[in-house]
Each structure stands twice: as structure tokens, then as C-alpha cells.
Design a protein around this ligand. Sequence first.
Ligand SMILES: *[C@@H]1O[C@H](CO)[C@@H](O)[C@H](O)[C@H]1NC(C)=O
Ligand SMILES: *[C@@H]1O[C@H](CO)[C@@H](O)[C@H](O)[C@H]1NC(C)=O
Length: 157
Amino acid sequence: MFGKVTTSVVLVLVLVGLVGASPTGAPITACEDLLPRHGSNASAVNEPFNLFVQSAGDNMLNVTIAPQDPAVLFKGFLVRATVDNLDQGYFDLSLTPQYKGYNCDSTHTASTHTENGLKSSVTVFWAVSQPGEITFEATVVIEKVRYVVDLINVYTA
Ligand SMILES: *[C@@H]1O[C@H](CO)[C@@H](O)[C@H](O)[C@H]1NC(C)=O
Ligand SMILES: *[C@@H]1O[C@H](CO)[C@@H](O)[C@H](O)[C@H]1NC(C)=O
């Protein structure tokens, strides 16, 4: 499970100087680039993950993050959505109290973990409040110094 991961790495400069593990979720500065602030030793890796988006009925979308290799476990995530490129709409966390809403420009337009236990997948629900093109983007933290960026899925509601 660890052998095939190769560091691809970018972004290290951006991370220099920023510190702090985030056991209880992404820090508030993460909205712009969705990067975890885990210090200069942290790097983006190529572990493949899927970001699934599908209707869950009642104007809700099931947004699921899962590794392609079911043996891979991960600790944290940050998923953000925009509707027609604007920061609007919200994740409804009432069905998933183990995760929390996270405010980018508006309330709960993103969601993150509340503890860093190992996870095999994560599902949160997006409330569809208007037609439009909803762009979901996510970052997954496998462990403090290894994370996966740029998961994306565009859903037309
Ligand atoms: C990075 O890793 C090195 C070697 O393990 C360690 O000495 C250093 O303290 C680490 N730096 C940070 C910012 O965690
Ligand atoms: C959400 O979608 C995932 C991935 O397709 C699926 O495995 C899961 O059962 C769905 N969960 C709910 C509550 O609809």
C-alpha cells in the first residue's frame, strides 16, 4: 500500500512556514487552495482517489470520497463546492454529524473531518437549492505528511 506511492510534489514552497497538524479539521486558511497546512515536510502524492457525486433524492447529493485501492485508509479531508463558480449553497451535515461544515465565503460551502481516525471512505451531503453547475473539489490527507490534491467532479443540477 505504501510502495507504489510516488511523491509528485509541487507546492512545497507554499507550505513552508505554515505549521500545524489539523486533527480536528482543516484550518480556516485552507479555502483558497484546499491545501493542508502540515509543514514543509508534507507533500502531494499520487494515490488515486475518486470523488463521486450522485443524487440521493430530496434535492440532496451524495458526495463520496474513496480511494481506488480499498486497502488505503486516510485521516482527513476537505471538500468545497461552488455553484456556477460562486461560493453559495451548502453541505447539510445533519445526516453526518461525524463531519462538520466549514465556511469559505459563505456558511458550510465546504466540509471537513472532526477527528483524524483512519477512514476508508467519507460521504457528506450537498443540499441542491437551485439549478446550476456545481463544482466539487477535494483534498485528502492520508497522513500528516502525505496528501492528495485536485479531486474534482462537476455535477449539473
Ligand atoms: C522534517 O523532517 C525532518 C527529518 O525527519 C525533521 O528533522 C524536521 O524537524 C521536520 N520538519 C518539520 C517542519 O516537521
Ligand atoms: C453514497 O454514495 C456512495 C458511492 O456511490 C455509496 O457507496 C453509498 O452507499 C451512498 N450513501 C448513501 C447514504 O446514499
